[in-house]
Design a protein around this ligand. Sequence first.
Ligand code: SD4
Length: 320
Amino acid sequence: MLTPIPARLSQLLLLLFLLTGCVGTPMGAKVLDGPLVISTWPFGKHANDKAIAALAAGKSLIDAVELGIRETERVSADGSVGLGGRPNAAGYPQLDACIMDGPSRDAGAVAGIEGIVHPISAARHVMEKSKHVMLVGEGARWFALEHGVESVPIDDLASKKQSWAEGHRPKDVDRDGHDTIALLVRDKDGHLAGGCSTSGAGGKLPGRVGDSPILGSGLYVDEEVGAAGATGIGENVMRYCGTFLIVEFMRQGMTPQAACEEAVHRIARLDPRGYKLDICFVALDKTGRYGAAASNQKFPFAVATNGKSKVLTVEQVTPR
Ligand code: SD4
């Protein structure tokens, strides 16, 4: 039999419910008034500024994500995003990207795409103009061209691959030669979206796809809870669904900071490489709190709100 809740307690519960507002808002968390954008690495600052400006101009969440990431792709920041990114083993860039919209729960991704200037826009077209979530390689390029995404010729790629296959194979993937933009946006009403774009690990095998375009690995957005993005060695993120894990930790009540750190600890505990994994995460939640963590290095990331845009750094997590 149900015991009746005393009147004062039920009033208190009602008050708490009203104060916490919407579903998924962590109890007692201060809700940020304006928008917030967080992204990986110092080059994310320029992307964040574009995204905040887009929101201020009345553009949609997804516009903000796309315009922000296009900026990083345009400048091919740090030689690791866009067509200026580090080439694969055969000497040409193959790009990965994805985009995810919280309110509609729609997503789009492209992987191993060649000669496309803005893979994030190609991913958005997949989300909005196809019935699919992910297209790869030749098909992804064809679809992007059909939708007018800016491109460059790729006639020389087959010969580059051929000459590499004939004996110019490098010994290993360039472990230092990688970076990625993962960018997460929360608008002033607490709606969420995100995107991720990369040229992937430098010197990767042709056809290799990393974590960045994989939902739940390089990026995950859950409108009820929060969003997370990853950078680092994709193989070490995707085997553990890193960003999905972080969102689930936030769902259980952790702050974005605690969730990012916990994900690093969890993966490091399970993986034979321990904290040498070279994985980094950023996250934000529905209330506008954010966090970041990295397994084995100082990790700079960028955060912007209305009127403030900065680069912050977290130390590597202290191994447990
Ligand atoms: C990949 N995660 O393709 C990407 C590369 C990266 O910092 O983020 N590097 O594995």
